[in-house]
Design a protein around this ligand. Structure first.
Ligand code: F6P
Length: 479
C-alpha cells in the first residue's frame, strides 16, 4: 500500500492470509497461512502497492490495518452473531452444500441472508476505501458474491474481478436459492468472473440469460449499461516448485521414512488428506477400503490406510454429524479387522504443517482423493508435485475439478463403492512402469500450470478489460 494508504491492487477474501498464533507466554503474533493463494499473490501484491482485505478469524476486537511479512493487511471484523449467521450459516450452511451438488441439504433462513448482505457490504465499503483511483480489485469466493456489484456502485472507476474457488452449480440446483437473482446480479458487478471449470462458467452464463434476461454470447454477458462481463474458466493450481523443493529436502525424506517405520513398514501405504467435510467422501472411501480388508483382497499385515481429517467448521451441524459417522466407522473397522499394532485405518483428526504433508505424500504409495464434488482439490496436485521420484499412484474422483487435468489418475465415481474398491486394487497392483507412465504425464501438467500461471492469467485478463480506465498491474517476476 502506498504512503497515501491507497492500493493499486486489492485482494478481498473471506480470510486474511495470516493466522493468529499465541505462544506459551500468551503473546499473540501472526503466521502466514500455508495456502498456495498467498504464495501466488504475495509477489504481485508487493509489486503493485497491494493490500489484502479479510477476516482475521475469531470475534476479537476490531483491528487496525497492519503490515505482516511485507503485505498490507486490512482486517474486517465479524461479531459472534455474524460468524454464526454469515460464515457458519449462509456461507457454509446454505451456499456450500447447494454449490456442491446438495450432498447435504442446504438450509434457507432469511436472517442468514440478511447477515450475508450486511457483511458483504462491510467488505465492499472497506475495499472502496482502500483502492486507489482506477485500481484492480480481485474478490474471492462464495462468501463474497455480492461484493462486486456493491463495490461497483461505490467505485465505478475500479476494475473488478471475481473468482469462485468452489463449483458453480447447474441451474436445476441454483434455482432453489430464494436469493438467486441477487447473487447473479452481485457477481455481474465484476468485469471478469472466473470459475474452476468451463462447466461452471457455462452454468452461470445460462442462468444470467434465463433469470436476469441479459444477452450473452459465448463467455460474454452484455449489460444494459454497455458494460460486458466475461465469465470463463481459470483452473487454479499450486506452488508446484515450492512443494517439490520441500519434498526433495533431507528433513522431509527422513520424516517420510520415519512415518513408514512407525506404521510397521507396510508394503502399501494408502493416504487420504482432507478437510473434515461431507463433500470429501471420506466415509465412502474408508468403507471401500475396509471391505477390501474384510474380503481378503488387502491384508492388515502389509497395508494400511492413513486418513488425515483436518478439523473444519466444527460448529456447523452437518460437520458434527459427518465427524461422528467417520469416527464410528474407523473405530468399528479397527475393532473388527485390526491387529495389535496394526490398525486397518490410522486416523488423525488434526491439521499439519506443509513439511509433514510433504512427508506424508512422499511416504504414500496410493493417494486417495474421492470427493463427491470439489471445485479443484489441491491435495491431488500437491501429491503429484511431491512425487519427483516419478512413482506413486493417484486414485481420483471424477467429480473433483482436478480430474479435468489429471486424466492419468485412476478415476473413480465415489458413489460406486465397488468401482472404488476396484480402483484401489488396480492402483495397488499396478506395475512400476504403469505408475511411472501415469505420474510422468500428471507431473507435466502441474509443472506447466502452477498457481503463479493461474494468477498471472486472471490478472492479465482483468487488466485488459476497459483498457481506457485504470492502471495496468505488472505481473510479478519469477524469482
Ligand atoms: O475451498 C473453499 C475454502 O473456502 C477455501 O478457500 C478455504 O481454504 C477452505 O474452504 C477452508 O474454509 P474456511 O475458511 O471455512 O475454514
Amino acid at each position: 500500500m502506498s504512503a497515501s494508504g491507497q492500493a493499486d491492487l486489492v485482494i478481498v477474501a473471506n480470510r486474511l492470509p495470516v493466522d493468529r498464533v499465541t505462544d506459551d507466554d500468551g503473546n499473540a503474533s501472526w503466521r502466514r497461512s500455508p495456502g498456495g493463494l498467498v504464495s501466488a499473490l504475495e509477489p504481485v501484491l508487493r509489486q503493485n502497492d497491494g493490500a489484502w482485505i479479510g477476516w482475521p478469524g475469531g470475534t476479537d476486537d476490531e483491528l487496525e490495518p497492519f503490515v505482516e511479512d511485507g503485505m498490507s493487511l486490512v482486517p474486517v471484523h465479524l461479531s459472534a452473531s455474524e460468524v454464526e449467521e454469515f460464515y457458519e450459516g449462509f456461507s457454509n450452511g446454505t451456499l456450500w452444500p447447494l454449490y456442491h451438488d446438495v450432498v447435504a441439504k442446504p438450509e434457507f433462513h432469511r436472517e442468514w441472508w440478511d447477515a450475508y448482505v450486511v457483511v458483504n457490504e462491510r467488505f465492499a465499503t472497506k475495499a472502496a476505501s482502500v483502492a486507489a483511483e482506477g485500481a484492480m480489485v480481485w474478490v474471492h469466493d462464495y462468501q463474497l458474491q455480492l461484493v462486486p456489484q456493491m463495490l461497483r456502485e461505490l467505485r465505478p472507476d475500479l476494475r473488478i474481478g471475481f473468482y469462485l474457488h468452489i463449483p458453480f452449480p447447474p441451474g436445476e440446483l441454483f434455482q432453489q436459492l430464494p436469493w438467486r437473482r441477487q447473487i447473479l446480479q452481485g457477481l455481474l458487478g465484476a468485469d471478469v468472473v472466473g470459475f474452476q471449470l468451463a462447466g461452471g462458467a457455462g452454468n452461470f452464463i445460462r442462468l444470467v440469460r434465463q433469470r436476469v434476461g441479459h444477452k450473452t454470447h459465448r463467455d460474454l454477458v452484455y449489460l444494459p449499461d454497455e458494460r460486458t462481463v466475461r465469465a470463463a474458466a481459470y483452473p487454479i493450481s499450486i506452488d508446484t516448485e515450492g512443494f517439490e523443493e520441500l519434498a526433495r529436502s533431507e528433513s522431509v525424506a527422513a520424516r517420510a521414512a520415519e512415518i513408514r517405520e512407525a506404521l510397521g513398514n507396510p508394503a502399501t501405504l494408502f493416504l487420504g488428506i482432507d478437510r473434515l467435510d461431507y463433500t470429501k467422501g471420506i466415509y465412502a472411501r474408508l468403507r471401500a477400503y475396509s471391505e477390501l480388508v474384510r474380503d481378503g483382497d488387502l491384508d492388515v499385515e502389509d497395508s494400511v490406510f492413513v486418513q488425515v481429517a483436518t478439523p473444519s467448521r466444527e460448529r456447523v451441524e452437518q460437520y458434527i454429524l459427518i465427524r461422528e459417522e467417520i469416527e464410528q466407522l474407523v473405530g468399528q473397522v479397527n475393532g473388527d479387522l485390526g491387529e495389535i499394532g496394526k490398525p486397518v485405518i490410522s486416523y488423525l483428526h488434526s491439521s499439519y504443517p506443509k513439511e509433514e504433508m510433504a512427508a506424508l505424500y512422499r511416504a504414500a504409495d496410493v493417494m486417495v482423493v474421492t470427493p463427491f464434488r470439489d471445485g479443484m482439490n489441491l491435495v491431488a496436485k500437491e501429491y503429484v508435485a511431491c512425487r519427483f521420484d516419478g512413482d506413486g499412484a493417484l486414485v481420483l474422483s471424477e467429480f473433483a475439478g482436478a480430474a479435468n487435468e489429471l486424466r492419468q489418475a485412476w478415476l473413480v465415481n465415489p458413489y460406486d463403492i465397488n468401482g472404488m474398491k476396484q480402483a484401489l486394487v488396480d492402483a495397488h497392483r499396478s506395475t512400476d512402469r504403469e505408475r511411472r507412465k501415469r505420474m510422468k504425464a500428471m507431473r507435466r501438467t502441474v509443472v506447466e500450470h502452477d498457481v503463479k500461471a493461474w494468477a498471472d492469467e486472471f490478472l492479465r485478463e482483468l487488466s485488459q478489460v476497459r483498457e481506457s480506465h485504470g492502471k495496468t498491474v505488472r505481473p510479478a517476476r519469477r524469482s
